[in-house]
Unconditional design. Structure first.
Ligand SMILES: [Zn+2]
Length: 107
């Protein structure tokens, strides 16, 4: 499942990075219990491999969120407007992520 998740995430990053005009970031897989993604100051992105259990629109929300941090390293209104360019219904997807997070297998 981890290797499957890497392939899916790389595909979604390759789709969204050019839309945002950023270079394709390096991807790390994480398995933190409570974090779905993070973005380093060096421009790499970590995604939780357990996202593979989520519907693709939810995965895309996390991908867009972390890519947006390559432009805005904060959660300011400017950051959210970048997210919104890629993912106009991010509010719904974030809500769905929080709801589904309780049902993900504890592997
Ligand atoms: Zn964030």
């Amino acid at each position: 499942m981890r290797e499957k998740s890497r392939g899916v995430f790389l595909g979604r990053l390759a789709h969204y990075a050019p839309l945002l005009g950023v270079a394709m970031p390096a991807l790390r897989l994480s398995s933190a219990r409570t974090r779905w993604g993070s973005c380093s100051h060096h421009g790499g992105i970590s995604l939780n491999w357990r996202l593979i259990f989520m519907p693709l629109p939810v995965v895309d929300y996390v991908v867009c969120h972390e890519l947006a941090h390559l432009k805005e390293m904060n959660h300011s209104p400017r950051f959210w407007s970048v997210v919104e360019q890629l993912c106009p219904d991010w509010r719904l997807r974030r809500l769905e992520l929080r709801q589904l997070a309780r049902q993900i297998p504890n592997l």
